[in-house]
Ligand binder design. Structure first.
Ligand code: NAP
Ligand code: HSE
Length: 431
């Protein structure tokens, strides 16, 4: 192989794989000046050769044999864009063990098997990069690992799922209910055929696991992350939140506290004055706090063909530079600490509670007695007009309280005669 040409193989030619193919083509004329080498896609692994043929200039690069790629010593970089756990995990491990560098956008895999993959990369002195796995086109993994390495990061949080942000934006700005906004997201191609991972917060949960691991130098896996989605949010919750000066966003939150790491995804009220409240439609934004940098925010397209390909190609170019200077595997796994992850019941937040209660004297006193018993301090209480006879709608915002105590108070309220129904419970974002 000429040192002016570096061969790569793509695994998958779907949305992101197709985007990477296009971005590399667009970069072709500048690559040598930029990197000192050209990158050539020598092979592309797909399942359906016929479907993929229309997407490439030369269909002879297409294959459905993984072994053809693995056993080709001229291929230095494997770019995994198939998704899912298997066979992606097996292929990536085999590529790393064969001395090939790997780029992947596969958050599902990395949030669970990240340590195994990074260990294999280190053992073989090769690079394993995954910038596109979190927030698509937004640079966040490399900034955390490199540009912000001089910080002790205490928080990394944000809007890291575009589909749910689009849905919540439509509910907020156009008064749509969840199902109507989800239908629109599907029609416009934002939501996948099965939107469960997005709307139930699982996709964001995987990204929180990766972000927390990188930001706090301590491994957090998907199972450590508490997840709650947006399916129960109503346009009424959003309206009431706005009356209280807040918006509702699906937030992924990771905090490094003295007692351990907090990692969760849930819809939260956030003050409308917070920069994240104005991140709308399918945009993503990640907000970080470090002891030196203080606050920094990263904003952009969290998904899509070309934005995600932009991050993947950045990784490929980094690897090419490392190969040329013979300095691969400079930055591998950065998890050198072992910080415990707190259970959700031990996290602290303020809460928004919307309830239907009996409309009679003494009800509020009964409710506040339950709150007091469980150390819940009420910060704000508002009674709304109710169309239901002998019933009042009450909205409560609490002061900061331990989740476990708040859940006990909620359970007792649910069982009390005074409370007819707890219509919604949401956390309120605050430091
Ligand atoms: P996609 O459109 O479904 O494409 C997947 C591609 O992989 C298809 O070409 C498919 O081939 C191929 N493939 C799947 N399993 C295969 C197997 N066993 N053998 C050979 N080829 C296989 O998926 P995508 O949206 O591009 O996502 C790819 C990865 O990027 C995922 O890990 C995803 O989480 C991540 N990601 C995506 C986005 C985004 O905006 N889409 C953003 C960030 C990260 P066939 O079509 O022939 O089945
Ligand atoms: N489904 C994700 C989103 C994109 O809606 O943000 C892939 O990470």
């Amino acid at each position: 192989m000429s040192d002016k040409m570096i061969n790569a193989a793509l695994l998958g030619l779907g949305t992101v794989g197709g985007g990477v193919y296009k971005v590399l083509k667009n970069q072709e004329s500048e690559m040598e000046a930029k990197l000192g080498s050209k990158v050539q896609i020598k092979k592309i692994l797909v399942r359906n050769l016929e479907k993929a043929a229309a997407k490439v200039e030369d269909p002879s690069v297409l294959t459905n044999s993984w072994e053809e790629i693995l056993n080709d010593p001229s291929i230095d970089i494997v770019i995994e864009l198939m998704g899912g756990i298997e066979p992606a995990r097996t292929y990536i491990l085999a590529a790393l063990n064969a001395g090939k560098h790997v780029v992947s956008a596969n958050k599902d895999l990395i949030a669970v098997h990240g340590k195994e993959l990074l260990d294999a990369a280190e053992a073989n002195h090769v690079d394993f990069m995954f910038e596109a796995a979190v927030a698509g086109g937004i640079p966040i993994i490399r900034p955390l690992k490199q540009c912000l390495a001089g910080n002790h990061m205490t928080e990394v949080m944000g809007i890291i799922n575009g589909t749910t942000n689009f849905i919540l934006t439509k509910m907020t700005q156009e008064g749509m209910e969840f199902s109507e906004a989800l239908d629109l997201a599907s029609r416009l191609g934002y939501a996948e055929a099965d939107p469960t991972a997005d709307v139930e917060g699982l996709d964001a949960g995987r990204k929180v696991a990766i972000l927390a691991s990188v930001a706090f130098n301590s491994r957090v896996v998907f199972d450590d992350v508490y997840t709650e989605g947006i399916t129960r949010i109503t346009s009424k919750d959003i309206r009431y939140a706005r009356e209280m000066g807040c918006d509702i966003k699906l937030l992924g939150v990771a905090r490094n506290t003295e007692e351990g790491i907090e990692a969760y995804v849930c819809p939260m009220l956030i003050p409308s004055s917070h920069p994240l409240a104005s991140v709308n439609d399918s945009y993503n934004a990640v907000f970080v706090h470090g002891d030196a940098v203080e606050d920094a925010m990263f904003f952009g397209r969290g998904a899509g063909e070309l934005p995600t390909a932009s991050a993947v190609v950045g990784d490929i170019f980094d690897i090419v530079r490392n190969i040329r200077l013979n300095c691969s595997a400079r930055i591998g796994c950065t998890c050198y600490k072992d910080i415990p992850v707190k259970k959700m019941e031990d996290t602290c937040n303020c809460y928004f509670l919307r309830m239907q209660v009996e409309d009679r004297c003494g009800v509020l006193a009964e409710m506040t007695a339950v709150f007091a018993k469980h150390h819940v301090s009420v910060a704000q209480i508002v009674q709304k007009e109710s169309k239901i006879k002998d019933s009042a709608e009450v909205v409560v915002i609490t002061a900061m309280v331990r989740e476990g105590d708040f859940q006990k108070a909620m359970k007792e309220l649910e069982e009390s005669k005074a409370v007819q129904k707890i219509s919604s419970m949401l956390r309120v974002y605050g430091k």
